[in-house]
Design a protein. Structure first.
Length: 422
């Protein structure tokens, strides 16, 4: 028989520990255990310039030189726009692709003031700017311009030491449409892609309440708002709005004391301005009965490819990072998922993957996906419902590919060491 006195002590100790609280209570503030998985060790070097440094790994020298050339030009341009000279030195950390960027431990959120980032994009940590090449130099230039703009605006609002220490009473509450829209507008203005997104938002009624918008919808709406301000009052007043926003610590007052109009009225005028600008023209497309799949909110549809014989249609959906390849039989109207990758959660994902293409014989759907810092090529045999795969070596990224007419060779647009080629 067990010692009853010992059992009594164990019972008392258990009741005491039930009331105890751990030092980190739920683990969220632990500085360890948050490292990302890293598949390769890189050797980092850097170039030092007058106003910034460019850090790059052994495969990114050409990309670092391109970054330095464009950043020098854009930094001077944005400083002139705001009539403000950046006090803190910029540090560009350059990755050759999105997958390298996602392996980085720089700026992992540990809920302390050193990693706090108010309202901006997550690639800005203090004066460190993390960039990754997407296979398109125009898109990469936009990353650089947006990052420089964000750093300058934050320094204007919170002084040069903001990223080191800031009290909660000094933080200015700014909605995404306001701050991210401003960053996007100053960085690269207006183009047809933005215009089409805003036109869709205005005509569909999506922009009815700008404060309810999230993600890209908020950014595009905000970009159109600042364009409206620039058209009506001139771009020269925008730095004044930022300055008075800092003084009064309030977005509404910053706009009111510069434009003389309350934010509520400005938003009304903004909407009327674009309703008038987009009046007429083609209506939004309707449902003519030929619908393969009804779209869902926050889901991206991409890489739509019809088989050479016209029987099948393959396409990719991306739902918050969860990627799927669908195969639709145009004869029977049936569809199925033939490939799944990555879980569904909000993170920076490379929306260009998987890349898909049909073999000329229509019996094989080929697709390339990025996995564990490398690429894998898959061959899905339609008649058998079977998939084969192998590693796809040498390249950093594949943008698109297609088969030769006889089906024995593949031509691709791909990236190697920060350079895109055929």
């Amino acid at each position: 028989m067990k010692n009853p006195y010992r059992l009594f002590l164990i019972l008392i100790a258990g009741m005491i520990f039930l009331e105890a609280e751990g030092q980190f209570y739920n683990g969220l503030q632990m500085p360890f255990g948050k490292n990302r998985v890293q598949y390769y060790d890189y050797y980092w070097s850097y170039y030092r310039f007058d106003d910034f440094d460019c850090y790059f790994n052994e495969y990114g020298r050409d990309l670092a030189q391109f970054t330095a050339d464009y950043a020098t030009k854009k930094l001077n341009e944005i400083e002139d726009y705001f009539d403000y000279t950046l006090e803190k030195r910029l540090i560009f950390i350059i990755y050759n692709k999105n997958n390298e960027y996602r392996q980085s431990n720089v700026g992992l959120v540990t809920f302390d003031e050193d990693t706090y980032n108010t309202g901006g994009f997550s690639r800005i940590i203090k004066n460190k700017v993390m960039l990754y090449y997407e296979g398109d130099h125009i898109a990469y230039e936009k990353q650089i311009a947006e990052s420089i703009t964000e750093v300058i605006i934050n320094e204007m609002l919170y002084n040069a030491d903001f990223r080191d220490r800031v009290s909660s009473s000094s933080v200015i509450t700014m909605p995404d449409w306001y701050i991210k829209g401003l960053i996007r507008y100053v960085a690269h203005g207006w183009d047809y892609d933005v215009e089409n997104r805003v036109k869709d938002g205005i005509k569909s009624g999506k922009y009815k309440k700008i404060s309810h918008l999230e993600s890209d919808d908020a950014v595009y709406a905000g970009q159109s708002f600042w364009r409206f301000i620039g058209r009506k009052y001139g771009d020269a007043i925008i730095p004044n709005i930022i300055y008075l926003t800092k003084v009064y610590k309030n977005v509404d007052d910053g706009l009111l004391y510069v434009t003389g109009v309350k934010l509520k009225e400005l938003l009304k005028e903004w909407k009327e301005y674009y309703i008038k600008e987009f009046a007429g023209g083609d209506d939004l497309p309707g449902d003519d009965g030929n619908v393969v799949r009804k779209s869902k909110k926050e889901q991206i549809y991409q890489q739509v490819k019809v088989s050479p014989d016209g029987k099948y249609l393959a396409y990719v959906t991306n739902d918050w990072g969860r990627k799927r390849i669908w195969l639709y039989n145009q004869t029977t109207g049936k569809q199925k998922i033939i490939f799944r990758a990555e879980p569904k959660y909000e993170h920076k994902t490379d929306n260009s993957y998987p890349v898909i293409g049909w073999h000329p014989g229509s019996s094989v759907l080929t697709f390339i996906n990025e996995e564990k810092a490398g690429m894998v090529i898959y061959f899905y045999r339609v008649d058998e419902g079977r998939t084969e795969h192998r590693n796809f070596l040498y390249f950093d990224k594949v943008l698109s590919f297609s088969y030769s007419p006889e089906g024995s060779r593949i031509i691709s647009s791909a990236v190697k060491d920060g350079i895109t080629d055929i």
